[in-house]
Every structure is written in structure tokens, then in C-alpha cells.
Design a protein around this ligand. Structure first.
Ligand code: KG4
Ligand code: ZN
Length: 361
């Protein structure tokens, strides 16, 4: 279990303190964050070892692991910061979207703490956590910004216009990009979780060696598709004509090309944005970051990418989303304690359902 804490000497120096809980996938995470952007304490327990034998996240194993770990982790984080629940202004817990068993474990814990300490409960959309996390790291990042949200479950382009104001400009019609990285890793026998392993192997390969498709490149709407790319990776591997490093490098290049093409389209179809922001687990990928940085420079936009620890799932982003909600409405009394966990919860409820997108929230 890794633990990180900053600025322990000044807990609560300015503004509210929010306790955040994250349990929507395979990371159990707890954090205490202040409205002035200080992470007082945070702990993240990865379930990598539990899921590795299965090559992917097993929902029942995830829920059980969250249930076993969460209570001691909450106690440890409070202890790390030298605080009690009385010092906390609100409890923020991920309420979806995600693996429902895990989400329920975290949300129920958040409800119990909120009720016991008589503090407001803030039910946070996990995607909103990712979408706002760049503002935790960067006080100068104002609204609006163009957000590329790329994780294991999601691949979206969003116009982030304010807290609670998100316009989805594009989504994936099949797989998320992180999922494509994970499946490529599985095909190449690299194990789970795949993204970082594909990136590492890609450094030793030739990105031009394997001809792979760029699905939806040039199409009218800026949506994504990665299922065909994954199948092409499988065919390339089964052909026996290529070494794994070349397949990894060529896959990563194809993925980056798709991101750039789709972002170019979104930029062309919308008014200019002052900043391009990337969030979600795939934002940890250096090739992706580099390409986005160049794209932003060529469009006169600032490029903002949160530190790696804030890109993958964590609880600081959930606590921060809670801080943002409190700052937006200081009289906010909290979400109802009977609020339900949601396996699907789109950030932009107005967005049209894109054909083929049914399996992704
Ligand atoms: O945001 P996240 O931690 O969880 C979800 O909400 O999905 O994202 C996890 C995803 C996984 O698919 C993982 O393979 C991918 O992010 N990922 C990466 C890298 N690090 C994590 N993909 C490519 N390159 C990386 N370095
Ligand atoms: Zn996530």
C-alpha cells in the first residue's frame, strides 16, 4: 500500500477539507484534500496482484477487496493527516460509473461516515473527478477547456464549461483506448495492467514496422473506434511476421494518430479553447502526452496534463470534485443519503447515444 502526503504542517490552512473515497474499478483509494489545493494525505491500494491471474479486472474480486481495505485505509489517512472526522467539511465518494459492487462499497462507506459525523455527502461522478483533476494540480486552469478523457472505460472529448457543465463532443463507438492498450498487452502476452507495459515495450520497437488501421480517420464526427485496431493487432501477432516490440510501437503510433485526427476534427468544429487538457489513465502515456503537447502548441492552446499520480484512478480527484462542488455552492447541504450507485452515469446527459456505444457509459 503506497502512501503520499504533502504539507502536513498546515492542515486546513485555507478553506474546506474534503475526504474522498474511490472504489469504482481496481484501485481502493482514500484522500483528504483542501479547497486551496493541498493533498493533506492519500493512500492508494492497487488490486493488481488479485486480478493479474485473470488478465483483467474481476468485478466480484474487486468488490471484496474494496470491502476489506476501505475502513482501515480511511482510518490510516485520517491518522496520516492528524485529523478526525470533526475536522472534515464533507465526505465525497464515487457514486458511478463503474463496477457496481465496488462503487456500492465506497458509496456506502461514504454515507456511513457522513451520517455518523453529520457532514454533507457528495456523490461524485468518477468521470467528473477525472475531468476536474487538472484544476487540482493547476490553479491557473480556468473554464472552458477542451478535455480528452482517456481511460480504461472511457474515451471522450468534452468541452468542460464549469463545475457540472460538460458538453460531450465525441465518444468511442466501441472500445475505450485504455481497453485497447490492455487488450494489446494481453495479445502480446505482456500481462495486466497493460498500458504501461505496452508503452515500455513500444520504446524498443519500430512504429512503422506493422501496417495498422486508423479507424474513423477523416470521418465527419470526431468519434473514436478502437475495436478494429485491436483485431488488426491480433492478426499481426498471429501472422508470426512481427516481433512484439514492433507491434507495440505500431499500435501506440496508430492510437496517437487516431487521437490527433479526432481532436483536429473537434477543434475545427468548435469555437477556440484556451487550453487542451488530458485526463484518465492513458494520460500517463508519454507518447500520447507528447503528441497532445505539440497539437496544443500548433493551435495556440495551453497544454495541461496532471501529474501521473492524478491521471490514473485516485481519491484526491474525488475529494477535489467535492471541493469544487462546495466552492460552487457554499450552502450545499449534501446529496440525499439514499442516493443510488450507478453503473452508468454519462457526464453529459444531453449527448446523443452513438451507434455501437451502448456498452460504455
Ligand atoms: O483512469 P484509469 O486508472 O481507470 C479507469 O477509470 O479506467 O485508467 C486505467 C487505464 C488502463 O486501461 C491502463 O492500461 C491505462 O489506463 N494506462 C495506460 C498507461 N497507464 C495506464 N495506457 C497507456 N499507457 C500508459 N502508460
Ligand atoms: Zn478512471
Amino acid at each position: 500500500m503506497a502512501s503520499v502526503s504533502h504539507n502536513l504542517e498546515q492542515p486546513g490552512a485555507a478553506g474546506s477539507i474534503v475526504l474522498g473515497i474511490e472504489s469504482s474499478c481496481d484501485e481502493t483509494a482514500v484522500a483528504l484534500v483542501t479547497a486551496d489545493r493541498t493533498i493533506l494525505a492519500q493512500r492508494i491500494a492497487s488490486q493488481e496482484a488479485e486480478h493479474a491471474p485473470y488478465g483483467g479486472v474481476v468485478p466480484e474480486i474487486a468488490a471484496r477487496a474494496h470491502a476489506e481495505r476501505l475502513a482501515p485505509m480511511i482510518a490510516a489517512v485520517m491518522d496520516d493527516a492528524g485529523l478526525t472526522l470533526d475536522d472534515v467539511d464533507a465526505v465525497a465518494a464515487t457514486a458511478g460509473p463503474g463496477l457496481i459492487g465496488g462503487v456500492m462499497v465506497g458509496l456506502v462507506s461514504g454515507k456511513a461516515l457522513a451520517m455518523a459525523a453529520d457532514k454533507p455527502l457528495i456523490a461524485v461522478n468518477h468521470l467528473e473527478g477525472h475531468a476536474l483533476s487538472p484544476r487540482l494540480a493547476d490553479a491557473a486552469l480556468g473554464f472552458p477547456y477542451l478535455l480528452l478523457l482517456v481511460s480504461g472505460g472511457h474515451c471522450q472529448i468534452l468541452s468542460v464549461e464549469g463545475v457540472g457543465q460538460y458538453r460531450r463532443l465525441a465518444t468511442t463507438i466501441d472500445d475505450a483506448l485504455g481497453e485497447a492498450f490492455d487488450k494489446t498487452a494481453k495479445i502480446l502476452g505482456l500481462g495486466y495492467p497493460g498500458g504501461p507495459k505496452v508503452e515500455k515495450l513500444a520504446r524498443e520497437g519500430d512504429a512503422k514496422a506493422v501496417p495498422l488501421p486508423r479507424p474513423l480517420k477523416g470521418s465527419k464526427e470526431p468519434h473514436f473506434s478502437f475495436a478494429g485496431l485491436k483485431s488488426a493487432v491480433l492478426r499481426a501477432h498471429e501472422s508470426g511476421e512481427h516481433i512484439a516490440a514492433d507491434i507495440a510501437a505500431s499500435f501506440q503510433q496508430a492510437a496517437v494518430d487516431c487521437l490527433l485526427d479526432r481532436l483536429h476534427k473537434a477543434l475545427a468544429q468548435n469555437p477556440p479553447f484556451p487550453a487542451l487538457v488530458v485526463a484518465g489513465g492513458v494520460a500517463a502515456n508519454q507518447a500520447v502526452r507528447g503528441a497532445l503537447e505539440d497539437l496544443a502548441a500548433s493551435h495556440d492552446m495551453r497544454f495541461v496534463a496532471p501529474p501521473l499520480a492524478l491521471c490514473t484512478d485516485n481519491a484526491a480527484m474525488i475529494a477535489w470534485a467535492g471541493c469544487e462542488r462546495l466552492a460552487q455552492d457554499p450552502d450545499f447541504a449534501g446529496d440525499p443519503l439514499d442516493i443510488k450507485a450507478r453503473p452508468r452515469w454519462p457526464l453529459d446527459p444531453e449527448a446523443e447515444i452513438v451507434r455501437g456505444a451502448g456498452v460504455k457509459a
